[in-house]
Ligand binder design. Structure first.
Ligand code: UD1
Length: 416
């Protein structure tokens, strides 16, 4: 297992290129299952979750090739089974359920278990697919789904679930008749998936709002599509610039999609502007803490909560973070405390007393964004930080140590 060694205290200066979005590329890859022709995707990040998805697509009967930032997928004779060994390493595997049911009328997909950031059930996905005519049984830890051709339905989600909205967008694209999804997720990655499906011949409108209408079509064709850039990776490097009192330019960077994050960082005193070459991030002297609540898009993203907590630890004053999307998503706080942070946890709320002088320490990463938060703290800390179990980081951040060292960080990877 690898670990990252960081000698903190360097102001980061220079340009970081943001990669394609993991959370947009994953559903788009699963949607490629449904296309009758070749799908060519651009701006796909070289991440472990992408490789896992390509492995799963191979087992499901697709040919794929990954070169540079390009992925080519050609669906062949599909096999409707997603085995536990792959699903347990990546919960997003459940996104093959909608496409398989729509295309084959059956699917056997391992039920993803709990994960470090909470129980994360898929009940909303299943209930909505049932409304379209699917039947589900649980057999030896597998969800067994069957249906005739799925039928359009009027679905009101109890919660704007991102994965649930994506599964339904895919399923409804090949269904018989019109589906209306109410209280659906408005995340930019959902919009990207809808745009990709439309490029394949689907008839989706309303993406980006909470009511999405999908008119089913009888088949989808292949297409060439550029996946959006990663707004969470971009937000993470914005915090890296701010926490080291640096001066960074982020190229290939989404901006409008980061509005809530940019607004909070500006409130903390970070100067963020769109320039010709990219998004420039430069703190205006000492920063101050703020209060924030994580919410579905367009609210502040839960996937940026851990990183902004690291920044608040070194800012002036005190602030409160309330996590409303996932239970148990404060594990990074306990590790930050080991580096000198002053954080009090109470249920889903964290109180941060800023002004901490962080010192390097050996810390343990527990999930993807928690790992990023510890790297950020390490960049700001005095002395050496060792971030262990970084396989989480490799799931979601492409070449993180190379990108950071190119702008002046002293960071390297070692075998544990
Ligand atoms: C996606 C993102 C993840 C992000 C999250 C919220 C991907 C691959 N992952 O995850 O990075 O943190 O959106 O922005 O895109 N829930 C249920 N029942 C369900 C579905 C969800 O109770 O059937 C609950 C979950 O347990 C969680 C909340 O709803 O507490 C949000 O989940 P959801 O929006 O579905 O997130 P994911 O698609 O899993």
């Amino acid at each position: 297992m690898d670990k990252l060694i960081i000698d903190g205290g360097q102001a980061l200066k220079g340009v970081i290129r943001i990669s394609g979005s993991k959370n947009a590329a994953l559903p788009v890859l699963f949607a490629a299952l449904m296309a009758d022709g070749d799908v060519i995707l651009e701006n796909v990040p070289g991440l472990r979750d992408i490789h896992t998805t390509l492995k799963l697509l191979t087992l499901l009967g697709c040919d794929s090739r990954f070169r540079g930032e390009y992925v080519e997928v050609r669906a062949g004779d599909l096999v409707p089974e997603a085995p536990y060994d792959l699903v347990r390493t990546m919960r997003a595997s459940v996104l093959c359920l909608g496409p398989l049911l729509a295309k084959l009328g059956r699917a056997r997909v391992a039920l993803p278990g709990g994960c470090a950031i909470g129980s994360r059930p898929v009940d909303l996905h299943l209930r909505a697919l049932e409304q379209m005519g699917a039947r589900f049984d649980l057999d030896s830890g597998y969800i067994m789904g069957t249906c005739q051709r799925l039928k359009g339905a009027h679905i009101i989600f109890d919660f704007p679930t991102v994965g649930g909205t994506e599964n339904l967008l895919m399923a409804a694209s090949l269904a018989d008749g019109e589906t209306v999804l109410e209280n659906s997720a408005r995340e930019p990655e959902v919009v990207d998936l809808a745009n990709f499906l439309n490029a394949c011949g689907a008839r989706i409108t309303g993406q980006g709002t909470s009511v999405i209408t999908i008119k089913g079509v009888s088949s989808l064709k292949g297409c060439r599509y550029r996946v959006m850039s990663d707004r969470i990776e971009a937000g993470t490097y914005m915090v890296a610039g701010a926490i080291t009192q640096g001066d960074l330019v982020l190229s290939n960077c989404p901006f409008e999609e980061l509005e809530a994050v940019v607004a909070k960082l500006r409130e903390m005193g970070v100067h963020i502007e769109k320039e010709k070459s990219g998004i420039r991030v430069k703190p205006n002297g000492q920063l101050n803490c703020v209060d924030l609540v994580t919410l579905p898009y367009p609210g502040f993203p839960t996937d940026m909560q851990a990183q902004i907590m690291a920044l608040m630890c070194v800012a002036d004053g005190s602030g409160m973070i309330k996590e409303t999307i996932f239970e148990n998503r404060f594990m990074h706080a306990l590790e930050l405390i080991r580096m000198g942070a002053r954080i009090k946890l109470s249920g889903q709320t964290a109180m941060i007393r800023g002004g901490a002088r962080l010192t390097g320490a050996p810390v343990m990463a527990s999930d993807l964004r928690a790992s990023a938060s510890l790297v950020l703290a390490g960049l700001a800390a005095r002395g050496r930080t060792e971030v262990r179990r970084i396989y989480h980081l490799d799931r979601g951040y492409e070449s993180m140590e190379q990108k950071l060292s190119a702008v002046g960080a002293r960071i390297s990877r070692e075998k544990e």
